[in-house]
Ligand binder design. Structure first.
Ligand SMILES: Nc1ncnc2c1ncn2[C@@H]1O[C@H](COP(=O)(O)OP(=O)(O)OP(=O)(O)O)[C@@H](O)[C@H]1O
Ligand SMILES: [Mg+2]
Length: 235
């Protein structure tokens, strides 16, 4: 069974349809890259899947159970963790308290072991566990944002432009973690402005423009022929 099934999803924003009858499936252990021009509706899709924007119509099912109309908290507890675009960590709190705050659905005993796991993935955060999050570099803060998603022990991560404004070395580090999470069975929806990274990592790619997918399939044709990619962007 697919992890997440989306059928005929419509999301409206300010009266305008921004996700226009989209269907897609996301599977455990697979990276699905979502690319496309500014305003295509990528972030709106993530916000709707996370319960932040209302779904106008269509089906969203996680392992066969409908998520339509559910709150962000319930959706997160069900196994979908979003790292939203421009996610802000709680800058006045320490790294560890940020992770604690993200673990509201776990018991105190569980949360300690889950946070240890996150520190295992990001030793950079362990070194800074008592540091105020706002005093860290942009890259370290993005690691923390991903760490906060991991605290939910998600089946599916929705990562919206995690690499925005970060140095290439940090981007590589974050993408390495994303790839590893996928090999361990987590499903990933990866929204990336660095098209080459999105294509390299993807098991499957969707190019979105004006609310719809203009290309869906494997990455290789897009790597081989940039014209296909450009046409999909301009559709
Ligand atoms: N807060 C908002 N209120 C109303 N409309 C919005 C709002 N934010 C975005 N939109 C509109 O929704 C549409 C889709 O925007 P969205 O942010 O989902 O695109 P995107 O693909 O994530 O773009 P980007 O690559 O710039 O992040 C755009 O037409 C945009 O103008
Ligand atoms: Mg966006």
């Amino acid at each position: 069974m697919s992890l997440l099934v989306i059928r005929d999803l419509v999301v409206r924003r300010g009266g305008k349809v921004v996700v226009d009858n989209l269907s897609l499936t996301l599977d455990a252990g697979r990276i699905t890259s979502l690319i496309g021009p500014n305003g295509a509706g990528k972030s709106s899709l993530v916000l709707a899947l996370g319960g932040v924007l209302p779904i106008e119509s269509g089906v969203v099912e996680l392992e066969g159970r409908s998520l339509a109309g559910k709150s962000p908290e319930l959706i997160r507890a069900a196994g979908i963790a979003a790292v939203p675009e421009g996610h802000q960590v709680l800058s006045g709190l320490s790294v560890e308290d940020n992770l604690q705050a993200a673990g509201f659905q776990h018991s105190p005993r569980q949360i300690a072991s889950i946070i240890d796991d996150v520190f295992g993935i990001f030793p950079e955060l362990l070194e800074r566990r008592n540091q105020k999050a706002g005093t860290m570099s942009g890259g370290q803060q993005q690691m923390l944002a991903l760490g906060q998603a991991l605290v939910a022990r998600p089946k599916l991560i929705l990562a919206d432009e995690m690499s925005l404004g970060l140095a290439p070395l940090i981007v590589k580090r974050l993408m390495g973690v994303v790839a590893k999470l996928a090999t361990q069975g987590t499903g990933i929806l990866l929204i990336e402005q660095f098209t080459q990274i999105a294509l390299q990592l993807a098991n499957e790619v969707h190019v979105m423009a004006r609310g719809r997918f203009r290309y869906s399939g494997v990455a290789q044709p897009l790597i081989d022929d940039p014209d296909i990619l450009h046409k999909a962007y301009l559709a």
